[in-house]
Design a protein. Structure first.
Lengths: 218, 271
């Protein structure tokens, strides 16, 4: 999956058609911007700059430069975006492109664990590597349990999160398992929520039991 | 046993379940799903105990019903949806609605609030209850009913004590108290419902204590032989709710004995 953008060229100016691959990745993974320069004055050696505008999308800054190859292609060095980021490619000396930017959606890296402690006690935990942005203060993790065969996730526990290290959130809860095999969900609304993931993943955690909407359940 | 997995954030479309705060648009949130294994605690009370309580109730005079929402959240009982008048057990709904109102107003408990809520629960003061209802309004009780998943609720005609309910509704309400009452006030609600004056602590508390923490409310309309009790019991890592409703009892003592014996049947086996 990739995102593409082509800046409409001004008369007489070359045009950089660029893509970013992948367009959505997990924090820590690599994205690459590449493309082709076309237009009135293409050619080897033309200088391009890559500008980045990470969330909260206030200003572009140049993060890399590269030269156009003889065939008009170009590739920038690999990127390691840590939050949702907009990108654009500029022909040096030219105006800023007017078209839509490339976008990279960065998801947190999540590790879930469930461990049986004994009868009536299962330790659930979540560790999330996330963007270093905003307050690192504890928030509430909401834990929901689903009995196998049921569609209802029942709110079972509310526990505080903590930062194990900068950019690493951890939360746990000890619950009475509803059955020997069960599914669980953990929901948080951290300060960095809007800096990561697709917009559709943002919103308040339910403060009550819920069922997954038909057709959307995994 | 251990299960681990990694996954990206994913959007979830959530639909409503039991409560009606849930009437808000379906939310989406930063939420992750995993699978677990474990050894559940045995469900309490047992099916045998619930059956014994039902057998006992069938042999009692008058109109009777009871419901248990067991520690696994399953509903059972006898005539669980039969309609009864609440009498004073409706004061638990009033308490819930009042505390929700305080939370919505972003304010804490003041002396004036306590001077209504404490007598309403501790000695089942009817004037305090009427004042509370006047403050929160009837729609607030209906909202609590929706949020608790009470399907048999209907407002009282002429007097709040005539509020219509069922054993299933009351068990659902008591089971859901920790969810319905705002967290900052939940301790106060538990205090009120566990320190009711002795003369009104009949029925389940005497047979449950001290093995169980009992949060309860009794209600009565002696002129029609109506005696009700609703209780939330916690202990041994378990929580369950019981509602016993009776009408047409030959005497107050008879009604109270019926409820006490139902409690005894439910609790006779240790968890």
């Amino acid at each position: 999956m990739h995102a593409a953008a082509a800046a409409p060229a001004a008369p007489g100016m070359p045009e950089a058609a660029a893509t970013v691959t992948p367009a959505e990745l997990t924090i820590g993974a690599v994205a690459t911007v590449s493309g082709r320069l076309a237009g009135a004055q293409p050619g080897a050696g033309a200088q391009l700059s890559l500008q980045s505008e990470p969330y909260p999308f206030r200003a572009y800054t140049t993060i890399a430069r590269t030269s156009v190859a003889a065939d008009g292609s170009f590739t920038f060095p690999a990127l390691h975006p840590e939050r949702n980021t907009r990108l654009r490619v500029l022909v040096e000396g030219g105006p800023a492109p007017a078209g839509p930017p490339l976008t990279v959606t960065v998801d947190p890296q999540v590790k879930l664990s469930a461990r049986t402690l004994g009868r009536g006690q299962t330790l659930l935990s979540v560790r999330i590597r996330h963007a270093l942005l905003g307050s690192q203060a504890p928030v509430t993790a909401s834990w929901y349990l689903q009995t196998r065969g049921s569609h209802v996730f029942s709110l079972a526990a509310l526990t505080p999160t903590r930062e194990l290290a900068p950019g690493v959130l951890y939360a746990s809860a000890t619950v009475d398992p509803p059955s020997r095999h069960f599914a669980y969900r953990v929901c948080i609304n951290p300060a960095w929520e809007h800096a990561m993931g697709a917009r559709s993943t943002h919103g308040d955690c339910p403060d009550h039991d819920f069922v997954l909407e038909a057709g959307r359940a995994r | 046993m251990r299960a681990e997995r990694s996954m990206p954030a994913r959007a979830l479309a959530l639909a409503l379940a039991a409560c009606a705060a849930c009437a808000a648009p379906a939310a989406q949130a930063l939420e992750f799903e995993g699978e677990g294994r474990g050894i559940p605690l045995p469900t309490y009370p047992s099916a045998a105990s619930i059956s014994a309580a039902g057998g006992l109730l069938n042999g009692r005079a008058g109109r009777t019903a009871f419901a248990v929402l067991d520690s696994s959240g399953h509903l059972s009982g006898l005539r669980v949806h039969e309609h009864f008048e609440t009498a004073s057990v409706v004061k638990v709904m009033m308490l819930t609605a009042y505390l929700q109102m305080l939370s919505a107003q972003h304010r804490g408990l003041r002396t004036a609030d306590r001077s209504l809520l404490y007598p309403m629960i501790h000695i089942s003061d009817n004037e305090a209850a009427s004042a509370v209802l006047a403050i929160v309004g009837a729609p607030a009780l209906a909202r609590v009913a929706r949020e608790a998943g009470m399907t048999d609720y209907a407002p009282g005609v002429g007097w709040w004590a005539y509020t219509q309910t069922s054993a299933a509704d009351q068990a659902r309400l008591l089971f859901a108290l920790d969810r319905l009452i705002p967290a900052r006030f939940y301790g106060y609600a538990r205090y009120l419902m566990s320190t009711i004056e002795p003369s009104q602590s009949w029925g389940i508390p005497p047979v449950a204590r001290p093995r169980w923490q009992v949060f309860f409310k009794t209600g009565q309309l002696p002129e029609q032989g109506l005696y009700n009790e609703v209780a939330r019991l916690e202990g041994h890592g378990l929580t369950f709710a019981v509602a016993v409703l009776t009408d047409g009892d030959p005497s107050m003592g008879y009604g109270q004995q019926t409820i006490e014996e139902v409690g005894a049947r439910l609790l006779e086996r240790a968890p």
